[in-house]
Design a protein around this ligand. Structure first.
Ligand SMILES: [Zn+2]
Ligand SMILES: [Zn+2]
Length: 194
């Protein structure tokens, strides 16, 4: 087993009881905490959660469907994109899911034309189950809210591209040059052209 989480933790459990969603269209709401005890690996970036994430769920009935709006927020730590020191970031994600019965042969065409918007997804069920497992959805909201880059503080000077020293902590005697050495070849080429 990997030491990093790549899918929802096994100790996450949340089943939406379909009967608890009011028939009059008013929403069923719930909020709770879920802990992310191991570092999470997403697109080779490692996220460490220092506290449980907050989940807010709102489900209502609309046009024979269940509309579930899921928000997940939390605080996580990833290496600073400039200096690699830990950077604390606040994450907040929100997605809407539509649960619907699988279209039958009479309604199929019509259903096919219903294209969900970017932040919406239609999940087809074979039948109205008593409970719907929302854990995979909550996990999806969490991971899609994770930023790829973060800075330990806004003005982080990062590492010296030549000697690797952390320029927030000390300075080095490398040539004071903001240029990225990787572009030196290109630069001389441009000079020659002049
Ligand atoms: Zn930094
Ligand atoms: Zn240096």
């Amino acid at each position: 087993m990997s030491t990093f989480l790549e899918s929802a933790p096994n100790n996450w459990h949340y089943h939406l009881v379909v009967a608890s969603v009011p028939k009059d269209g008013s929403p069923f709401t719930d909020n709770f905490l879920l802990s992310v005890e191991r570092p999470l690996n997403y697109w080779s970036q490692i996220y460490n959660f220092t506290a449980p994430v907050k989940v807010y769920i709102e489900v209502s009935r609309s046009d024979g469907r269940l509309v579930a709006s899921i928000s997940v927020s939390g605080e996580t730590i990833i290496p600073c994109s400039r200096c690699l020191e830990p950077a604390k970031i606040v994450t907040a994600g929100h997605l809407k899911y539509f649960f619907s019965l699988k279209p039958n042969k009479y309604t199929k065409k019509e259903e096919d034309e219903v294209k969900p918007k970017d932040d919406q997804e239609i999940i087809f069920l074979d039948s109205w189950e008593n409970e719907i497992d929302l854990v995979p959805r909550i996990w999806e909201v969490l991971i899609t809210s994770l930023p790829v880059t973060a800075f330990c503080f806004e003005g982080c000077k990062g590492l010296c591209p030549r000697c690797g020293i952390n320029l927030n902590e000390s300075s080095c005697s490398c040539e004071k040059d903001d240029r990225d050495p990787r572009f030196d070849v290109l630069r001389s080429f441009v000079k020659d052209k002049k």
